[in-house]
Design a protein around this ligand. Structure first.
Ligand code: ZN
Length: 139
């Protein structure tokens, strides 16, 4: 077992390369309500059914990717989970995103989705989830 002198995280291998600022999944889930954690689990399960999803906690968010990033968990609230999907253009004609924001200087458009119960992943949301997974898959 090796402990990084900077961040005090422990690793199996000596000098394991990592980013000291990265948080762990438990850092994110700690102290969250049972509802929020079950919503998070449900979302990851639904997303994972669509492709080979990588879930990677970073210093600012829980990143979601296949071969490239498709979005991130924006916020784990008291009784909701906010997810952001990245698309190369804004899909304004929808009922499921409460905000769409272009990332300045890029073609990335962040689409914000708030999940308050499992049924929020409806047909429309699933359609966008599939699109995001497809766009992030390089083969
Ligand atoms: Zn470190």
């Amino acid at each position: 077992m090796w402990t990084c002198p900077q961040c005090r995280k422990t690793f199996v291998r000596d000098n394991q390369s990592h980013s000291c600022n990265d948080k762990t999944l438990s850092d994110y889930l700690q102290g969250k309500s049972e509802l929020t954690i079950s919503l998070y689990d449900h979302f990851i399960r639904e997303l994972s059914a669509l492709g080979d999803i990588q879930v990677r906690p970073t210093k600012s968010a829980i990143a979601l990717s296949v071969d490239v990033r498709l979005g991130h968990i924006h916020r784990l609230g008291k009784n909701f989970v906010d997810v952001v999907f990245y698309f190369d253009k804004p899909y304004e004609d929808n009922l499921c995103f409460y905000k769409i924001a272009n990332v300045p200087g890029s073609t990335q458009n962040n689409h914000y989705f708030r999940m308050m119960n499992e049924e929020d992943i409806n047909e429309e949301v699933l359609k966008y989830m599939k699109m995001a997974v497809k766009a992030a898959t390089r083969k």
